[in-house]
Design a protein around this ligand. Structure first.
Ligand code: GAP
Length: 453
Protein backbone atom coordinates (compact mmCIF):
# COMPACT_ATOMS: atom_id res chain seq x y z
CA UNK A 1 0.00 0.00 0.00
CA UNK A 2 1.16 3.56 -0.70
CA UNK A 3 -0.25 7.02 0.09
CA UNK A 4 -3.61 7.85 -1.52
CA UNK A 5 -2.40 11.31 -2.52
CA UNK A 6 0.49 13.73 -2.27
CA UNK A 7 -1.61 15.76 0.22
CA UNK A 8 -1.67 12.80 2.60
CA UNK A 9 2.15 12.71 2.57
CA UNK A 10 2.55 16.49 2.84
CA UNK A 11 0.26 16.53 5.86
CA UNK A 12 2.07 13.65 7.61
CA UNK A 13 5.44 15.27 6.87
CA UNK A 14 4.39 18.50 8.55
CA UNK A 15 2.55 16.87 11.46
CA UNK A 16 5.44 14.60 12.40
CA UNK A 17 8.40 16.88 11.64
CA UNK A 18 9.74 15.47 8.39
CA UNK A 19 9.47 18.39 5.96
CA UNK A 20 8.31 22.02 6.21
CA UNK A 21 7.83 24.73 3.62
CA UNK A 22 10.90 26.96 3.78
CA UNK A 23 10.52 30.52 5.16
CA UNK A 24 7.01 29.46 6.15
CA UNK A 25 6.38 32.22 8.70
CA UNK A 26 7.06 34.82 5.97
CA UNK A 27 4.70 33.22 3.52
CA UNK A 28 7.08 30.59 2.16
CA UNK A 29 9.33 30.51 -0.91
CA UNK A 30 8.28 28.26 -3.78
CA UNK A 31 10.55 25.34 -4.51
CA UNK A 32 12.40 25.45 -1.16
CA UNK A 33 11.83 23.07 1.76
CA UNK A 34 13.34 22.52 5.22
CA UNK A 35 13.88 19.08 6.69
CA UNK A 36 12.72 18.75 10.32
CA UNK A 37 13.94 16.40 13.09
CA UNK A 38 12.59 13.23 11.42
CA UNK A 39 13.32 14.39 7.88
CA UNK A 40 16.98 15.04 8.53
CA UNK A 41 17.43 11.55 10.01
CA UNK A 42 15.65 9.87 7.09
CA UNK A 43 17.66 11.87 4.58
CA UNK A 44 20.95 11.15 6.35
CA UNK A 45 20.13 7.45 6.54
CA UNK A 46 19.39 7.33 2.81
CA UNK A 47 22.64 9.15 1.99
CA UNK A 48 24.60 6.90 4.35
CA UNK A 49 23.14 3.81 2.72
CA UNK A 50 24.19 5.10 -0.72
CA UNK A 51 27.69 6.03 0.54
CA UNK A 52 28.11 2.58 2.10
CA UNK A 53 27.11 0.80 -1.09
CA UNK A 54 29.32 3.03 -3.28
CA UNK A 55 32.44 3.47 -1.16
CA UNK A 56 32.69 1.16 1.87
CA UNK A 57 31.41 -2.00 0.22
CA UNK A 58 33.65 -1.62 -2.87
CA UNK A 59 37.31 -0.92 -3.50
CA UNK A 60 37.09 0.88 -6.82
CA UNK A 61 35.37 4.14 -5.80
CA UNK A 62 36.61 7.13 -3.78
CA UNK A 63 34.50 9.92 -2.28
CA UNK A 64 34.90 13.69 -2.34
CA UNK A 65 33.11 16.74 -0.95
CA UNK A 66 33.79 19.73 -3.22
CA UNK A 67 32.76 23.37 -3.09
CA UNK A 68 29.30 24.48 -4.18
CA UNK A 69 30.42 27.89 -5.48
CA UNK A 70 32.09 27.24 -8.79
CA UNK A 71 34.23 29.12 -11.27
CA UNK A 72 32.23 30.23 -14.34
CA UNK A 73 34.97 28.59 -16.45
CA UNK A 74 33.67 25.18 -15.38
CA UNK A 75 30.19 25.83 -16.69
CA UNK A 76 31.40 27.53 -19.83
CA UNK A 77 33.42 24.47 -20.81
CA UNK A 78 30.77 21.99 -19.63
CA UNK A 79 28.23 23.58 -21.99
CA UNK A 80 25.89 24.67 -19.19
CA UNK A 81 26.17 28.39 -19.95
CA UNK A 82 24.99 27.68 -23.46
CA UNK A 83 22.54 24.83 -23.08
CA UNK A 84 21.31 24.47 -19.48
CA UNK A 85 18.08 26.30 -20.26
CA UNK A 86 14.33 25.80 -20.20
CA UNK A 87 12.02 27.50 -22.72
CA UNK A 88 10.20 30.30 -20.92
CA UNK A 89 7.02 32.16 -21.87
CA UNK A 90 5.28 35.13 -20.23
CA UNK A 91 1.52 35.48 -20.06
CA UNK A 92 0.71 39.01 -21.25
CA UNK A 93 -2.65 38.98 -19.44
CA UNK A 94 -1.71 37.99 -15.87
CA UNK A 95 2.09 38.48 -16.11
CA UNK A 96 2.87 34.95 -14.87
CA UNK A 97 5.81 32.88 -16.27
CA UNK A 98 5.73 29.29 -17.44
CA UNK A 99 7.79 26.59 -19.12
CA UNK A 100 6.41 26.46 -22.63
CA UNK A 101 7.04 22.70 -22.95
CA UNK A 102 4.73 22.05 -19.99
CA UNK A 103 1.74 24.08 -21.19
CA UNK A 104 -1.42 22.31 -22.28
CA UNK A 105 -2.79 23.75 -25.57
CA UNK A 106 -0.50 26.80 -25.23
CA UNK A 107 -2.80 28.22 -22.57
CA UNK A 108 -1.76 30.05 -19.39
CA UNK A 109 -2.49 27.66 -16.46
CA UNK A 110 -3.24 30.66 -14.24
CA UNK A 111 -5.75 32.76 -16.23
CA UNK A 112 -6.34 30.52 -19.30
CA UNK A 113 -5.27 33.31 -21.66
CA UNK A 114 -3.64 32.37 -24.97
CA UNK A 115 -1.84 35.73 -25.18
CA UNK A 116 1.67 34.39 -24.49
CA UNK A 117 5.11 35.62 -25.57
CA UNK A 118 7.32 33.54 -27.86
CA UNK A 119 9.42 31.00 -25.90
CA UNK A 120 12.94 32.17 -25.03
CA UNK A 121 15.75 30.24 -23.32
CA UNK A 122 16.08 30.81 -19.59
CA UNK A 123 19.32 29.66 -17.94
CA UNK A 124 18.65 27.67 -14.78
CA UNK A 125 21.93 28.43 -13.01
CA UNK A 126 22.01 30.71 -9.95
CA UNK A 127 24.78 33.32 -9.85
CA UNK A 128 26.35 35.06 -6.88
CA UNK A 129 29.12 37.62 -6.41
CA UNK A 130 32.48 36.64 -4.97
CA UNK A 131 34.27 39.25 -2.85
CA UNK A 132 33.07 42.67 -1.66
CA UNK A 133 32.54 44.34 -5.03
CA UNK A 134 29.48 43.27 -6.96
CA UNK A 135 30.31 44.78 -10.36
CA UNK A 136 29.66 41.59 -12.33
CA UNK A 137 33.37 40.98 -13.02
CA UNK A 138 33.86 38.38 -10.31
CA UNK A 139 31.00 35.97 -9.94
CA UNK A 140 30.43 32.30 -9.24
CA UNK A 141 27.70 29.85 -10.11
CA UNK A 142 25.99 27.72 -7.51
CA UNK A 143 26.57 24.34 -9.10
CA UNK A 144 23.51 22.93 -10.89
CA UNK A 145 24.87 19.37 -10.64
CA UNK A 146 27.50 17.96 -8.31
CA UNK A 147 29.50 16.06 -10.92
CA UNK A 148 31.47 18.90 -12.52
CA UNK A 149 33.76 19.20 -9.47
CA UNK A 150 34.43 15.48 -9.78
CA UNK A 151 35.74 15.97 -13.33
CA UNK A 152 37.79 18.99 -12.23
CA UNK A 153 39.35 16.90 -9.43
CA UNK A 154 40.03 13.85 -11.63
CA UNK A 155 43.82 14.33 -11.64
CA UNK A 156 43.94 15.16 -7.92
CA UNK A 157 42.22 11.89 -7.09
CA UNK A 158 44.40 9.87 -9.48
CA UNK A 159 47.57 11.40 -7.99
CA UNK A 160 46.56 11.02 -4.36
CA UNK A 161 45.14 7.48 -4.41
CA UNK A 162 46.16 4.19 -5.98
CA UNK A 163 43.25 4.04 -8.42
CA UNK A 164 43.38 3.32 -12.13
CA UNK A 165 40.66 2.92 -14.80
CA UNK A 166 38.08 1.46 -14.29
CA UNK A 167 37.34 3.37 -11.10
CA UNK A 168 34.86 5.89 -9.78
CA UNK A 169 34.56 9.12 -7.81
CA UNK A 170 31.38 9.70 -5.80
CA UNK A 171 29.89 12.73 -4.16
CA UNK A 172 26.76 13.69 -2.25
CA UNK A 173 25.92 17.37 -2.03
CA UNK A 174 23.71 20.32 -2.79
CA UNK A 175 22.78 21.41 -6.28
CA UNK A 176 20.76 24.49 -7.28
CA UNK A 177 18.47 25.09 -10.25
CA UNK A 178 16.29 28.11 -10.80
CA UNK A 179 13.35 25.95 -11.91
CA UNK A 180 10.65 28.03 -13.59
CA UNK A 181 7.83 25.90 -12.22
CA UNK A 182 8.88 23.98 -9.09
CA UNK A 183 6.10 21.56 -8.19
CA UNK A 184 4.89 18.35 -6.61
CA UNK A 185 6.21 18.95 -3.08
CA UNK A 186 9.91 17.99 -2.94
CA UNK A 187 9.89 16.35 -6.39
CA UNK A 188 11.01 19.44 -8.35
CA UNK A 189 12.69 22.04 -6.18
CA UNK A 190 15.25 24.82 -6.56
CA UNK A 191 17.71 23.59 -3.93
CA UNK A 192 18.26 19.85 -3.59
CA UNK A 193 20.88 17.19 -3.04
CA UNK A 194 22.31 14.76 -5.52
CA UNK A 195 24.09 11.45 -4.99
CA UNK A 196 26.35 11.13 -8.02
CA UNK A 197 28.92 8.62 -9.13
CA UNK A 198 31.22 9.28 -12.08
CA UNK A 199 32.67 5.94 -13.11
CA UNK A 200 35.64 6.18 -15.51
CA UNK A 201 36.06 3.39 -18.03
CA UNK A 202 37.94 2.52 -21.21
CA UNK A 203 36.00 3.85 -24.25
CA UNK A 204 35.60 0.32 -25.62
CA UNK A 205 33.98 -0.88 -22.36
CA UNK A 206 31.32 1.84 -21.99
CA UNK A 207 28.31 -0.27 -23.01
CA UNK A 208 28.94 -3.10 -20.59
CA UNK A 209 29.62 -0.73 -17.67
CA UNK A 210 26.48 1.24 -18.51
CA UNK A 211 24.44 -1.95 -18.34
CA UNK A 212 26.18 -2.95 -15.10
CA UNK A 213 25.31 0.33 -13.36
CA UNK A 214 21.69 0.33 -14.55
CA UNK A 215 21.13 -3.08 -12.94
CA UNK A 216 23.11 -2.21 -9.83
CA UNK A 217 21.17 0.99 -9.19
CA UNK A 218 17.78 -0.55 -9.97
CA UNK A 219 18.42 -3.30 -7.43
CA UNK A 220 19.72 -0.83 -4.84
CA UNK A 221 16.40 0.99 -4.78
CA UNK A 222 14.65 -2.34 -4.22
CA UNK A 223 17.02 -3.02 -1.31
CA UNK A 224 15.91 0.33 0.18
CA UNK A 225 12.36 -1.01 0.34
CA UNK A 226 10.84 0.08 -2.98
CA UNK A 227 8.70 -2.61 -4.58
CA UNK A 228 9.95 -3.78 -7.97
CA UNK A 229 6.51 -3.22 -9.53
CA UNK A 230 6.76 0.47 -8.63
CA UNK A 231 9.98 0.90 -10.64
CA UNK A 232 10.69 0.83 -14.37
CA UNK A 233 13.70 1.34 -16.60
CA UNK A 234 13.09 3.89 -19.32
CA UNK A 235 15.38 4.44 -22.32
CA UNK A 236 15.51 8.18 -22.84
CA UNK A 237 14.61 9.14 -26.37
CA UNK A 238 17.56 10.45 -28.46
CA UNK A 239 15.76 13.80 -28.87
CA UNK A 240 15.43 14.19 -25.09
CA UNK A 241 19.06 13.39 -24.20
CA UNK A 242 21.16 15.98 -22.34
CA UNK A 243 23.89 17.56 -24.44
CA UNK A 244 26.60 15.35 -22.90
CA UNK A 245 24.86 12.00 -23.17
CA UNK A 246 25.15 9.21 -25.74
CA UNK A 247 22.54 7.09 -23.99
CA UNK A 248 20.58 7.50 -20.74
CA UNK A 249 18.35 5.06 -18.89
CA UNK A 250 16.10 6.60 -16.24
CA UNK A 251 14.85 4.67 -13.25
CA UNK A 252 11.20 5.70 -13.08
CA UNK A 253 9.07 5.49 -9.93
CA UNK A 254 5.31 5.76 -9.47
CA UNK A 255 5.25 8.96 -7.40
CA UNK A 256 1.87 10.04 -5.95
CA UNK A 257 1.54 12.53 -8.85
CA UNK A 258 2.47 9.99 -11.53
CA UNK A 259 5.42 8.08 -12.93
CA UNK A 260 8.59 10.20 -13.12
CA UNK A 261 12.37 10.01 -12.97
CA UNK A 262 13.97 8.99 -9.70
CA UNK A 263 17.51 8.53 -11.01
CA UNK A 264 19.25 8.75 -14.38
CA UNK A 265 22.15 6.57 -15.54
CA UNK A 266 23.96 8.30 -18.40
CA UNK A 267 26.77 7.31 -20.71
CA UNK A 268 28.56 10.69 -20.83
CA UNK A 269 31.34 9.38 -23.12
CA UNK A 270 34.57 11.44 -23.11
CA UNK A 271 32.60 14.70 -23.14
CA UNK A 272 33.44 15.80 -19.59
CA UNK A 273 37.13 15.06 -19.24
CA UNK A 274 37.51 16.01 -22.92
CA UNK A 275 35.87 19.39 -22.25
CA UNK A 276 38.01 20.21 -19.21
CA UNK A 277 41.39 18.86 -20.30
CA UNK A 278 44.43 20.87 -21.29
CA UNK A 279 45.91 20.13 -24.74
CA UNK A 280 42.73 18.63 -26.20
CA UNK A 281 44.48 17.95 -29.49
CA UNK A 282 46.83 15.40 -27.87
CA UNK A 283 43.87 13.09 -27.37
CA UNK A 284 41.48 11.77 -29.96
CA UNK A 285 38.31 13.05 -28.29
CA UNK A 286 35.16 11.49 -29.76
CA UNK A 287 32.55 13.92 -28.50
CA UNK A 288 31.89 17.43 -29.64
CA UNK A 289 33.65 19.64 -27.06
CA UNK A 290 34.28 23.38 -26.82
CA UNK A 291 37.88 24.43 -27.38
CA UNK A 292 39.61 24.88 -24.03
CA UNK A 293 42.56 27.24 -23.73
CA UNK A 294 42.32 27.84 -19.97
CA UNK A 295 42.70 24.43 -18.34
CA UNK A 296 46.07 23.89 -16.67
CA UNK A 297 45.81 20.11 -16.41
CA UNK A 298 45.71 17.13 -18.73
CA UNK A 299 42.88 14.78 -17.81
CA UNK A 300 43.92 11.77 -19.86
CA UNK A 301 45.38 8.47 -18.70
CA UNK A 302 47.80 6.09 -20.36
CA UNK A 303 46.56 2.93 -22.05
CA UNK A 304 48.64 0.21 -20.40
CA UNK A 305 48.65 -1.91 -23.62
CA UNK A 306 49.82 0.54 -26.28
CA UNK A 307 51.09 3.24 -23.84
CA UNK A 308 49.07 5.90 -25.69
CA UNK A 309 47.18 8.55 -23.71
CA UNK A 310 43.38 8.59 -23.94
CA UNK A 311 40.41 10.31 -22.32
CA UNK A 312 38.31 7.84 -20.27
CA UNK A 313 34.57 7.56 -20.83
CA UNK A 314 32.18 8.29 -17.95
CA UNK A 315 29.18 6.29 -16.77
CA UNK A 316 27.10 8.37 -14.39
CA UNK A 317 24.37 7.15 -12.03
CA UNK A 318 22.82 10.36 -10.66
CA UNK A 319 20.06 10.24 -8.04
CA UNK A 320 18.17 13.03 -6.29
CA UNK A 321 18.05 12.71 -2.50
CA UNK A 322 14.70 14.55 -2.22
CA UNK A 323 13.13 12.31 -4.86
CA UNK A 324 14.51 9.30 -2.97
CA UNK A 325 13.00 10.56 0.28
CA UNK A 326 9.64 11.16 -1.43
CA UNK A 327 9.64 7.67 -2.94
CA UNK A 328 10.58 6.07 0.39
CA UNK A 329 7.87 7.98 2.27
CA UNK A 330 5.27 6.99 -0.30
CA UNK A 331 6.38 3.38 -0.37
CA UNK A 332 6.44 3.05 3.43
CA UNK A 333 3.03 4.70 3.93
CA UNK A 334 0.20 2.46 5.02
CA UNK A 335 -3.14 3.11 6.69
CA UNK A 336 -4.69 0.09 8.34
CA UNK A 337 -7.60 -0.83 10.56
CA UNK A 338 -6.71 -1.97 14.06
CA UNK A 339 -10.31 -2.88 14.99
CA UNK A 340 -13.83 -1.71 14.13
CA UNK A 341 -13.30 1.76 15.63
CA UNK A 342 -9.62 2.46 15.19
CA UNK A 343 -7.10 2.71 12.41
CA UNK A 344 -3.46 3.72 12.32
CA UNK A 345 -0.95 5.18 9.89
CA UNK A 346 2.39 3.37 9.74
CA UNK A 347 5.58 4.18 7.89
CA UNK A 348 7.11 0.75 7.49
CA UNK A 349 10.63 1.81 6.48
CA UNK A 350 13.40 -0.73 6.33
CA UNK A 351 15.04 -0.45 9.78
CA UNK A 352 18.29 1.06 8.42
CA UNK A 353 16.29 4.01 7.05
CA UNK A 354 13.99 4.64 10.04
CA UNK A 355 14.63 8.07 11.57
CA UNK A 356 14.41 6.61 15.08
CA UNK A 357 15.68 3.06 15.58
CA UNK A 358 14.06 2.49 18.96
CA UNK A 359 11.95 4.52 21.37
CA UNK A 360 12.38 3.84 25.08
CA UNK A 361 9.15 4.70 26.89
CA UNK A 362 8.79 4.98 30.67
CA UNK A 363 5.23 3.87 31.49
CA UNK A 364 4.99 6.44 34.32
CA UNK A 365 6.71 9.68 33.44
CA UNK A 366 6.92 10.87 37.07
CA UNK A 367 8.32 7.68 38.54
CA UNK A 368 12.01 8.29 39.16
CA UNK A 369 13.04 4.62 39.16
CA UNK A 370 11.22 3.86 35.92
CA UNK A 371 12.59 7.00 34.24
CA UNK A 372 16.15 6.29 35.40
CA UNK A 373 15.97 2.70 34.16
CA UNK A 374 14.63 3.99 30.81
CA UNK A 375 17.47 6.52 30.52
CA UNK A 376 20.07 3.82 31.23
CA UNK A 377 18.58 1.59 28.49
CA UNK A 378 18.46 4.49 26.03
CA UNK A 379 22.12 5.34 26.70
CA UNK A 380 23.20 1.71 26.35
CA UNK A 381 21.46 1.26 22.99
CA UNK A 382 22.57 4.69 21.73
CA UNK A 383 26.21 3.73 22.39
CA UNK A 384 25.83 0.85 19.93
CA UNK A 385 25.78 3.56 17.23
CA UNK A 386 23.10 2.03 15.00
CA UNK A 387 21.28 5.36 14.73
CA UNK A 388 19.14 7.57 16.91
CA UNK A 389 17.47 6.06 19.99
CA UNK A 390 14.88 8.27 21.63
CA UNK A 391 13.73 8.56 25.22
CA UNK A 392 9.99 9.19 24.82
CA UNK A 393 8.92 10.56 28.18
CA UNK A 394 5.67 12.19 27.12
CA UNK A 395 2.00 11.45 26.67
CA UNK A 396 0.32 8.16 27.30
CA UNK A 397 1.53 4.87 25.93
CA UNK A 398 -1.17 4.69 23.22
CA UNK A 399 -0.26 8.15 21.91
CA UNK A 400 3.43 7.25 21.94
CA UNK A 401 2.84 4.08 19.93
CA UNK A 402 0.80 6.08 17.42
CA UNK A 403 3.50 8.75 17.06
CA UNK A 404 6.22 6.12 16.55
CA UNK A 405 4.13 4.15 14.05
CA UNK A 406 3.74 7.38 12.06
CA UNK A 407 7.44 8.15 12.03
CA UNK A 408 8.35 4.54 11.35
CA UNK A 409 10.19 3.53 14.56
CA UNK A 410 10.69 -0.26 14.25
CA UNK A 411 10.60 -1.03 17.98
CA UNK A 412 9.23 0.58 21.12
CA UNK A 413 10.70 -0.54 24.43
CA UNK A 414 8.45 0.07 27.42
CA UNK A 415 9.73 0.18 30.98
CA UNK A 416 6.98 -0.53 33.57
CA UNK A 417 6.66 -1.47 37.24
CA UNK A 418 7.38 -5.10 36.46
CA UNK A 419 10.67 -3.99 34.88
CA UNK A 420 11.87 -2.82 38.28
CA UNK A 421 11.09 -6.24 39.77
CA UNK A 422 12.21 -8.59 37.02
CA UNK A 423 14.75 -6.47 35.06
CA UNK A 424 12.75 -7.03 31.88
CA UNK A 425 11.03 -4.73 29.38
CA UNK A 426 8.24 -4.98 26.80
CA UNK A 427 9.22 -4.75 23.17
CA UNK A 428 6.51 -3.79 20.68
CA UNK A 429 7.04 -4.45 16.99
CA UNK A 430 5.90 -1.64 14.64
CA UNK A 431 4.61 -3.86 11.86
CA UNK A 432 2.94 -6.72 13.74
CA UNK A 433 2.13 -4.73 16.93
CA UNK A 434 3.13 -7.89 18.80
CA UNK A 435 4.62 -7.42 22.24
CA UNK A 436 7.07 -9.60 24.07
CA UNK A 437 9.06 -9.39 27.29
CA UNK A 438 12.82 -9.41 27.03
CA UNK A 439 15.35 -9.40 29.86
CA UNK A 440 17.45 -6.24 29.94
CA UNK A 441 20.61 -8.38 29.90
CA UNK A 442 19.57 -9.70 26.49
CA UNK A 443 18.45 -6.37 25.09
CA UNK A 444 21.69 -5.43 23.30
CA UNK A 445 21.82 -8.78 21.48
CA UNK A 446 18.13 -8.52 20.60
CA UNK A 447 18.63 -5.02 19.24
CA UNK A 448 21.74 -5.94 17.26
CA UNK A 449 20.05 -8.99 15.73
CA UNK A 450 17.05 -6.90 14.78
CA UNK A 451 19.16 -4.55 12.67
CA UNK A 452 21.56 -7.07 11.21
CA UNK A 453 19.06 -9.77 10.20
N1 GAP B 1 24.69 15.14 -13.41
C1 GAP B 1 23.57 14.70 -14.14
C2 GAP B 1 22.33 15.35 -13.74
O1 GAP B 1 22.33 16.28 -12.94
P1 GAP B 1 19.74 15.29 -14.03
O2 GAP B 1 18.87 14.26 -14.70
O3 GAP B 1 19.56 16.70 -14.42
O4 GAP B 1 21.23 14.80 -14.31
C3 GAP B 1 19.89 13.95 -11.81
O5 GAP B 1 19.58 15.15 -12.47
C4 GAP B 1 18.88 13.68 -10.71
O6 GAP B 1 18.80 14.81 -9.84
C5 GAP B 1 17.46 13.43 -11.21
O7 GAP B 1 17.25 12.08 -11.55
C6 GAP B 1 16.65 13.84 -10.00
O8 GAP B 1 16.56 12.76 -9.09
C7 GAP B 1 17.47 14.94 -9.36
N2 GAP B 1 16.94 16.28 -9.72
C8 GAP B 1 17.19 16.98 -10.84
N3 GAP B 1 16.55 18.17 -10.82
C9 GAP B 1 15.87 18.21 -9.67
C10 GAP B 1 15.02 19.19 -9.04
N4 GAP B 1 14.77 20.36 -9.60
N5 GAP B 1 14.48 18.88 -7.85
C11 GAP B 1 14.75 17.71 -7.23
N6 GAP B 1 15.56 16.77 -7.76
C12 GAP B 1 16.12 17.01 -8.96
Amino acid sequence: MVAKSMEELVSLCKRRGFIFQSSDIYGGVKGLYDFGPMGVELKNNLKQSWWKSMIYERDDIEGIDASILSSPQIFKQSGHEETFTDPLVDCRSCKSRWRSDQLINDTCPNCKSKDLTEPRPFNLMFKTAIGPVDDGSSFAYLRPETCQQIFINFKNILDSTSKSVPFGIAQIGKAFRNEITPRNFIFRVREFEQMELEFFVKPSEDLEWHKYWIEKRFNWWIEQGIKKEQLRQHNVDKKELSHYSKETVDIMYNFPHGEEELEGIANRTDFDLGSHTKNQKEFSINSNVLENSNSTTKLGVKNLDDKKPYIPYVIEPSAGVERGVLALLNEAFREEKIDNDNSRIVLSFKPHLSPIKAAVIPLKKNNENIVNMSKAIKNKLQKMALGRVMLENSGNIGKNYRRHDEIGTPICITVDFESLESNSVTIRDRDTMEQKRVNVEELEDYYKNYFFN
